[in-house]
Ligand binder design. Structure first.
Ligand code: GLN
Length: 515
């Protein structure tokens, strides 16, 4: 099984283990390649096959075809994090999974430099597998840098989150420029080169990661991860088998009424639900069982959060383009620049938000992860109120101010900072050690499902109008966040004090832990 309970490395920089900065840089370059490629993907698919501008020949697809593939692609990269996490837990550990993921990503982005259509599909497939191996496991490794109860863990995740967004900010600023001047495949190639940098950085920094993410052979049968055994036991567990049968039937109904893609997705999710039920059954103590349940409940917040938040790339993007007055001192701000606001705000506010929560916690005030996540949903929800104001202004005067968008993205970002890095950290505190990466995979899969929900919601704006969608999201998210705060006490009870004794780890404690 993967050894996630590790002693922190002694060497520190700015109060954090040096390994954090190695993972920060690796993830920064990985996210650069991911978001850089993602930024040009739809544009490349819909560009003309005649190659009548400097960007070269596109695929000539309709925007409906391109958006359909885009929706599946952005969901699959995160859904595949589940098998990515399982492979790490069972076979190779997180450290090797990240290494193989990074190599596959270099190949994937490399193949996309070629202009043939087979290269396009192969490249996308490799990127999906590469992200699936790298993304959940690098996040679990960050958690492995800290001991249980180390108050620096949440802040560590916030710093790591800055790396993610630095990568995405640089990508959105640079890749568009490269494509405009040197063509589509130079843009894909740049993503590949940058991923090679990430790989070199990861390999070079191994000495700071010596104690984290290693795979150790289980010494007794209880510690062994065996998915086969769990599925085998499903056949002897009537209750779980019955629920699985219902889910599988629902998948086939989905297959019949929707299409085979959805059918396969539902089948996969039914298989994962069965696995999670069996893991729950097998957990040794009630404490582990309760923590497992609370983790799964928190994933509901994750799906709702990303389902609303991800309007950024779709509906809000279109709104910016068509209904917003973007003139600033005689210059029209390009629509794409609004996509950089989120990453920019994260870089500015990440440590501030983390420090505010840490201070609150040290003062003994409510600052549990669940509270932060619920607050995050509410704050993000209020961002949509500004979009409602924008629509009202548009309806009155034919265009709306950019200020509404800036405020919406600001609130979305503060909400994201209360939820996303916090959820990553929370998983590493609560997940059973031998399933740590799998649970991280389930988290990313939840956010992938959120992405899909966002797409469906965005599409329905053409039927219901933006006012209904934005105000609906505002009301729904505030209510859901409020409900989670209302049931905070019983939920926290289920964590059995996992976050109660977080404190500054003293040098003596580290020594005790090392002996
Ligand atoms: N922006 C974050 C990242 O790229 C969010 C990912 C997610 O959870 N969907 O890591």
């Amino acid at each position: 099984m993967a050894d996630t309970v590790v002693k922190p490395h002694q060497k520190e920089l700015f109060g954090q283990p040096i390994g954090l900065y190695i993972l920060f840089l690796t993830e920064m370059w990985e996210r650069f390649s991911y978001y850089g490629m993602r930024a040009i993907l739809v544009l490349y698919m819909t560009a003309s096959t005649l190659g009548d501008d400097t960007r070269g020949v596109g695929l000539g697809w309709t925007s409906k075809e391109a958006l359909a593939l885009y929706g599946w692609y952005t969901m699959l990269v995160y859904i595949i994090a589940i098998p990515g996490g399982m492979i790490a837990d069972k076979l190779i550990g997180q450290k090797k999974a990240v290494l193989y993921g990074a190599i596959i990503l270099c190949l994937g982005h490399g193949v996309l430099v070629l202009t043939d259509i087979w290269a396009f599909y192969t490249g996308l497939g490799l990127v999906i597998v590469g992200v699936g191996l790298l993304k959940p496991n690098i996040s679990t490794m960050v958690g492995g840098l800290y001991q249980q109860g180390d108050i620096r863990r949440d802040k560590g995740f916030s710093i790591f989150y800055i790396g993610i967004n630095l990568g995405s900010l640089l990508a959105t600023l640079i890749v568009g420029f490269v494509v405009a001047n040197y063509g589509w495949h130079a843009g894909f190639g740049l993503a590949g080169v940058v991923m090679v940098l990430g790989l070199i950085n990861y390999i070079g920094g191994q000495k700071y990661l010596a104690q984290v993410g290693n795979h150790t052979e289980a010494t007794n049968a209880d510690d062994e991860v065996s998915y086969g055994k769990l599925y085998g036991k499903l056949l002897q567990s009537p209750k779980q088998l019955f629920i699985t049968a219902i889910l599988v039937t629902a998948s086939f109904v989905g297959w019949y009424f929707m299409d085979w893609g959805y059918g396969l997705l539902f089948l996969f999710l039914a298989a994962i639900a069965a696995l999670l039920m069996m893991i729950y059954r097998e957990l040794e103590t009630q404490v582990f069982k309760d923590r497992f349940i609370v983790l799964l409940l928190s994933f509901i917040m994750v799906i709702i959060f990303w389902g609303a938040f991800e309007q950024a790339g779709g509906l809000m993007n279109i709104y910016t383009d068509t209904k917003t007055d973007r003139m600033l001192f005689g210059w029209q701000v390009p629509t794409i620049m609004f996509q950089s606001l989120n990453a920019g705000f994260i870089i500015i506010f990440a440590t501030l938000v983390a420090s505010l929560w840490a201070k609150r916690k040290l003062k003994g005030k409510e600052a549990s992860s669940l509270f932060k996540m619920a607050t995050g949903i509410i704050i993000m929800g209020f961002g949509f109120l500004f979009m409602v104001f924008a629509v009202m202004e548009f309806e009155k005067s034919g265009s709306s101010s950019m200020l509404w968008l800036v405020l919406a993205y600001l609130f979305h970002t503060i909400g994201e900072l209360c939820l996303s890095p916090v959820a990553l950290s929370f998983i590493t505190k609560l997940a059973p050690a031998k399933y740590a990466s799998l649970m991280m995979g389930v988290y990313f899969a939840s956010s992938g499902l959120g992405n899909k929900v966002a797409g469906i919601l965005g599409e329905s704006a053409s039927d219901f109008g933006e006012f209904a969608i934005f105000s609906g999201i505002f009301i729904f998210t505030v209510i859901i966040g409020g409900l989670f705060i209302l049931i905070l006490k019983p939920l926290k009870r289920l964590t059995h004090g996992a976050e109660d004794n977080e404190h500054v780890i003293e040098a003596e404690e580290i020594e005790i832990a090392e002996n």
